[in-house]
Design a protein around this ligand. Structure first.
Ligand code: AAM
Length: 327
């Protein structure tokens, strides 16, 4: 089963921090539109495919292509996205993450963790594989905050070719100053509540609740490395792999493999290749636009386990993109 957690952080309102939306005003629609697109092939919460500021489409298209080719089941959890998706979903009952420079980011984080843990225990009995994915614009910044708070050094990736590293570092300094003023919690789960986002607490809870026989794949780039670090520090005694795309793995502004070895988590990289794509929106993934999200890399991993080739997924992604844009 593929489980997409959609969420939000107030930090996504900081200008220039997230490219997972055409502009700051439409960014709240990205995560619910991603969930709609995964379900129906097009968003209904808004009449437009989520794009970055340069018009490159959401990686949800790749996830949808992998799902259509491999026919795996998928469910969406809403963990505090600004808006609900139009698509059927499970409501986790939480607010968007607050701005951790100013206050505790997820005051009800422990409750969310426990709800997600109990949910996973209920739905996943007997499942051989579960793939956990995310859509949360601004999520690479909250990943950076969590990694730094847990003691890891290394930069996270981003939704655009120009990673706003100085902004992310400044946000961390401000968050660190607040933690010093107010007192730094000793436990990892409380640290994640202070500095992270509701997606991280939800996915960590899901990992904690999945049956022991289930193979767990965290589908995402440096955001899922932050979740892997969190479960290691809580600790949740489960082995996970982080599956991402080649675009995150080769992002020179970020330190995906260095962070993975510091954390001690296995990784897998989807060998996507849109270089021959006739559609610039997809061909530009090769130049560092968009890169990953909505579990695209993990969806490729899942589909490949079920016998579908990456070339088939690339072709299906191109067909879906052509249909969606009327190209
Ligand atoms: C999710 N939907 C997206 C997208 N993501 N639509 C377009 N582009 C993306 N990259 P940042 O922290 O820079 O905002 O990047 C994280 C976001 O990018 C997440 O929502 C992730 O799923 C992806």
């Amino acid at each position: 089963m593929f489980i997409l957690t959609i969420s939000a952080t107030e930090l996504s309102r900081v200008p220039g921090l997230s490219a997972a939306g055409a502009n700051v005003d439409v960014l709240p629609y990205t995560a619910p539109a991603d969930a709609d697109l995964l379900c129906w092939g097009r968003p209904r919460v808004i009449d437009a495919v989520p794009v970055d500021p340069m018009g490159h489409p959401t990686p949800a298209i790749i996830t949808r292509a992998a799902q259509l080719e491999a026919s795996f089941p998928a469910v969406t959890l809403r963990a505090g996205s600004f808006l609900p998706p139009a698509a059927p979903h499970v409501e986790m009952g939480t607010d968007p993450g607050e701005d951790p420079r100013l206050t505790c980011a997820v005051p009800k984080g422990r409750e969310i963790f426990e709800r997600a843990r109990d949910f996973a225990g209920q739905i996943a009995r007997g499942l051989p594989r579960v793939v956990l994915a995310e859509s949360i614009p601004g999520g690479t910044t909250t990943a950076y905050l969590l990694l730094r708070a847990l003691g890891y050094n290394g930069m996270v990736s981003s939704a655009g070719p120009d990673n706003p590293v100085p902004v992310k570092e400044q946000v961390w300094r401000d968050v660190q100053a607040r933690l010093e003023r107010e007192g730094r919690p000793a436990e990892a789960l409380d640290l994640a509540c202070q500095v992270g986002d509701p997606m991280q607490l939800t996915v960590a809870g899901l990992v904690a609740g999945l049956p022991v026989e289930t193979e767990i794949t965290l589908a995402g780039g440096t955001q899922m490395l932050a979740v892997a670090a969190l479960i290691r520090h809580i600790p949740v005694p489960r082995a996970v792999r982080v599956a991402t795309t080649i675009y995150v793995a080769r992002d020179r502004s970020a330190h995906f493999s260095e962070l993975a070895s510091q954390i001690g988590v296995h990784t897998w990289t989807a060998p996507l290749d849109f270089s021959a794509s006739p559609w610039p929106g997809l061909a530009d993934y090769e130049k560092g636009y968009v890169k990953e999200g909505v579990g695209a890399g993990g969806a490729v991993w899942y589909a490949m386990q079920l016998g579908v080739s990456v070339e088939t997924i690339v072709r299906r992604t191109e067909t879906l993109y052509a249909e969606m844009t009327g190209a």
